[in-house]
Write a protein of this length. Sequence first.
Lengths: 161, 81
Amino acid sequence: MSGYRWGNMHNLREVKTLFDLDEINKAQEDGNIILFKERVHHPSMWINRYVFRNRKTGKYESEQGRGYTQQYTCDYVLSYSYEDWEEVLFTRCYLRNVDFQYGAYVIPGDVKVNEKLYIENLIEDLYAGNFWNGHFFSEDSDARWDGKDLVHDERIIPFVG
Amino acid sequence: MLIIKDKKIYKDDVLLKEIHCPNKINQSELQNSGKDFVCLSCNKKIINTDFLNEDELVRILLKDKNTCMSINPLNPLFRNT
């Protein structure tokens, strides 16, 4: 359960991310385009979380489920059997925990329509995909300026070739 | 750890493979075939690297660098730079 950084692989011009209004106003005065964005929870970024208690020892442990699918073999491995572990709590946790609800992107004032830019620090919650039992969100993104908004690249598709 | 740079796969600075498809196939154009895939465009087998460890993958590519494969960029076996 973690963030994934793609990097500026195409050497694109960078979009800065700001949260402080004084800095945002200054960036606007300097001729940049300001684009405010809010964080909206992504439905794929809610992850199951259980707390189990060992029936013999009383020890508590927390995991995404009673078992997992093992890489390579595809076997389901039961780590917390009903016989040995009782379920104490089930909840849903959100993958990305940050201390802001909104922010602003600072886009170069001379940006051209359809120009691709690189956002180093994403405001929005963008699901990157999963690998076996792990889920990831994007920390950065390439995005196309459509004249009004930044349209993020879809990047969860694997490379084929 | 295998390094992916400019769609090329390296191991210790040795170029193993260039990720390139002349037909520009994406995942939706592949048919499942056990753990791997079959390309619906050219009928070639596409190896799903999710099921390979590093040694297996390097061995396959040293034998044939034109082997077609599907690579999940979130696989910790790879690092995009």
